[in-house]
Ligand binder design. Structure first.
Ligand code: SF4
Ligand code: SF4
Length: 310
């Protein structure tokens, strides 16, 4: 599809891509025009880094130029297609057991998202030409920024993307394409006076009313942080990640369980208790978490956390 198509053709092409995305299992999809990231947003991100609120996640300090304009990821990119996958579980681990963040319940979302974005890319190239590039978390692209631009949702005070009517238990991925699709209207909603997540955060990690200080966040500390945990960190029952700031969010009251089969947890995972984690061998860890995001913490990290929970 060329940029000289009549508007009706372009809107119909966009509708077809969105429809195909939904047929792949995505719950929401939006389109944004590739451009420089707004100066305010870029400056906020740079300030967050300058204040060292990214902890030891130094990879967030690299590729600043690409984070400011994703066309550096794909020559000639015109459109960012943002798509969201629901991971809210139908069955949860017992509250008596160590708690894992919901996103880690099923198969590693990088694999699941990459496969679906690849199919979406195939569809776009086959029907509308051009080239595409799928971005899944690891690419230096400002995912939530583009999700807002594409009208998919807004960023809450807990820094998650909130999809109106659906909540925040979603993975987001992006497909860059050289095809120019009509952009959606950016989402202009916001949290308003609510501050439930700020009050509920066990690490007091939501600072300045709306920014995460990773160094205090249990999600960062239990997954990304290497080495011993600081003595003053209280994990509660969080052995891997933390969902507290999402669980209290009113936008998640009507969260629907995922229909993505890869995200359904195994019985072995649902039953895993603290003693089993502490006694786990590398072979057992590999068996249960080979295709799980939990492998990021490694067995050492998981057992370090398990020793500190109560
Ligand atoms: S994930 Fe947990 S610790 Fe981190 S900001 Fe949310 S509630 Fe706070
Ligand atoms: S709990 Fe309230 S303040 Fe926090 S993200 Fe949800 S709506 Fe926004």
């Amino acid at each position: 599809m060329s940029s000289t198509c009549c508007p009706n053709d372009a809107e119909e092409a966009k509708r077809q891509v969105a429809e195909y995305a939904m047929s792949l299992g995505f719950s929401a999809v939006g389109f944004a025009r590739v451009d420089d990231v707004d100066a305010d947003s870029a400056d906020n991100f740079d300030r967050w880094i300058a204040e060292r609120r990214n902890g030891t996640m130094e990879y967030l300090e690299r590729y600043a130029d690409i984070r400011r304009n994703p066309s550096l990821l794909l020559d000639g990119a015109r459109t960012v297609i943002v798509a969201a996958l629901n991971y809210y579980p139908a069955r949860r681990r017992s509250p008596d057991l160590p708690q894992f963040a919901f996103y880690a319940y099923g198969r590693d979302y990088h694999e699941v998202m990459r496969e679906r974005l690849a199919s979406l890319g195939d569809y776009v190239r086959e029907h509308f030409g051009g080239s595409t590039r799928a971005c899944v978390d690891t690419a230096p692209i400002r995912e939530r920024y583009w999700a807002v631009k594409a009208g998919v949702g807004f960023v809450g005070k807990n820094s998650t993307l909130i999809i109106p009517g659906k909540g925040s238990f979603f993975f987001i991925g992006e497909l860059l394409t050289t095809v120019e699709f009509p952009p959606d209207e950016p989402c202009t909603l916001h949290c308003g006076a609510c501050s439930r997540c700020v009050d509920a955060c066990p690490g007091r990690a939501i600072v300045d009313g709306c920014r995460i200080d990773a160094r205090r966040c249990l999600s960062y500390l239990t997954i990304e942080h290497r080495g011993p945990l600081p003595d003053d960190v209280m994990l509660g029952n969080h052995v891997y990640g933390c969902d507290e700031c999402q669980l209290v969010c009113p936008h998640n009251l009507k969260a629907e369980p995922t229909a993505i089969p890869e995200f359904v947890p195994t019985e072995a995972f649902l039953a895993l208790d603290r003693e089993a984690i502490l006694a786990m061998t590398p072979v057992e860890f590999s068996e249960i978490f080979r295709h799980s995001a939990v492998k990021r913490a490694k067995l050492d990290g998981l057992q370090r956390n398990a020793k500190r929970i109560n």
